[in-house]
Design a protein around this ligand. Structure first.
Ligand code: LLP
Length: 414
């Protein structure tokens, strides 16, 4: 987060001290920087300025209403994968005409809600889904705008759990089968073909798989055009990675130049669906050291944030930098940073050299994407509060859950 800096020996986000935030709202606490969110947005706007385009923020990365609202006000579109995400976008003031709906398992109710809202496009992921969408649209007296999500079979060179564009992945339809499916769609009465879509994976560090996927999709678009099937947009998905540790993520400006060359002279609009690169480095998770536990083999720092708050280390062995909010003057010791949850997999980082004491505050960095949106209540832990910092202003954008709230929908059996 480039808006994170030291003032008088302790970390601040923009003009606000993390110590003050912890004192006021408690920990664990998600903290976002408005300036960092807007700068990430602007980087996309600048990179793609030369090509008619629409950025559809992938809501799954962070679906908090205040963040959606901020992007909506910047003119963003949205990539959603559920009726819940659609409802959030609408509640946050997002324009349904800029919403694309991805996902392999859209239900009939979700299709109805999206048709009623008037979304830009359904990214259809199977033949069965196509038939169902045609039927649902017909029942509502509407025409559903559709793209196929094609699977270009490009190796994105990322973690296997977040690679999506390979033949063996469950997503999309095989690109070789796409012409047949488009012909089929063209013959269905309640559908309107508007585009094509692909998404090959997440946390991509290398531009070449993105460029290869674009080439394959553009070849398909030309084949379709030769058959008289013209598209309005080409959606190249999300996936641009961010720096968690020492990665060199793709330069957005370079990506923009590559796509500008490929789209020069084309009539279709470019869509992209970035998630992580818009929010990842605009958020951190603030936590407190509860106990230091020296061991024979290794030392543990037990903190009050856990895998339920930030699941990425446990799920993907993902690396998040962990820094002391007010580093101590003494030499660092090596710790495994763990949470209080009763699972060996409940770790936040291994072998970190830290100069800390019990009660100290820590910041887990790069936690803005897939942090809060993947948080759970495991071990009956209320989910954290979220705060958005805007220069010297502090906005509580989500209250901390309460234990009584967690139990509120439950019933005993007599
Ligand atoms: N569009 C579609 C259809 C997607 O499936 C995804 C992410 C995105 C866009 C956004 O991709 P991004 O720009 O954020 O890379 N929970 C994992 C990441 C899962 C990503 C799944 N799809 C993590 O924490 O690393």
């Amino acid at each position: 987060m480039n808006t994170l800096h030291q003032v008088d020996g302790a970390l601040h986000v923009e003009g606000v001290s993390l110590e003050a935030l912890a004192a006021r709202f408690g920990t664990p606490l998600y903290v976002y920087s408005r300036a960092a969110l807007e700068a990430a947005w602007q980087a996309y706007a600048d990179a793609f300025a030369g090509t008619p385009h629409l950025v559809c923020y992938a809501v799954k990365a962070n679906s908090s209403l205040a963040i959606l609202n901020l992007f909506a006000r910047l003119g963003s579109g949205f990539d959603i994968v559920s009726g819940g995400e659609l409802a959030r976008v609408l509640a946050a003031g997002g324009d349904p005409g800029k919403v694309v709906f991805s996902g392999v398992g859209k239900t009939t109710d979700e299709m109805r809600a999206a048709l009623a809202a008037g979304i830009l496009c359904f990214n259809v992921e199977s033949e069965s889904e196509l038939y169902r969408l045609d039927r649902v649209a017909g029942e509502m007296g509407r025409r559903a705008p559709v793209s196929f999500r094609v699977n270009p079979d490009v190796d994105p060179k990322t973690h296997p759990y977040i690679s999506t564009g390979l033949k063996e992945n469950k997503f999309g339809v095989a690109i070789a089968d796409a012409p047949r499916l488009y012909r089929l769609a063209a013959g269905l009465p309640n559908l309107e073909i508007v585009g094509v879509d692909c998404h090959i994976g997440s946390q991509l560090i290398d531009l070449s798989p993105l460029a290869d996927a674009a080439d394959r999709v553009l070849t398909l678009v030309d084949t379709l055009a030769a058959e008289g099937i013209a598209l309005h947009h080409i959606d190249l998905g999300g996936g641009v990675g961010i720096r968690y540790r020492d990665e060199t993520p793709p330069d957005l400006a370079a990506y923009g130049r590559v796509l500008a060359r490929k789209f020069a002279g084309r009539r279709e609009k470019l869509l992209v669906e970035p998630g992580r690169s818009l929010v990842g480095n605009a958020g951190l998770l603030l936590a407190r050291v509860e106990y230091l536990k020296p061991g024979e083999d290794r030392n543990f720092a037990i903190v009050d944030a856990a895998m339920n708050d930030l699941m990425r280390p446990a799920l993907y062995e993902a690396y998040h930098d962990i820094v002391a909010v007010r580093p101590r003057a003494w030499p660092a010791q090596r710790y495994d940073m763990v949470g209080p949850i009763c699972e060996t997999g409940d770790f936040l980082g291994f072998a970190r050299d830290m100069a800390i004491e019990e009660g100290d505050l820590l910041a887990l960095l790069s936690a803005g994407a897939y942090g809060m949106s993947m948080a759970s209540n495991y071990n009956s832990r209320p989910r954290a509060a979220e705060v958005l910092v805007d220069k010297n202003e502090i906005h509580l954008i989500r209250e901390r859950e309460t234990i009584s709230g967690l139990m509120s929908g439950e019933r005993l059996v007599y």
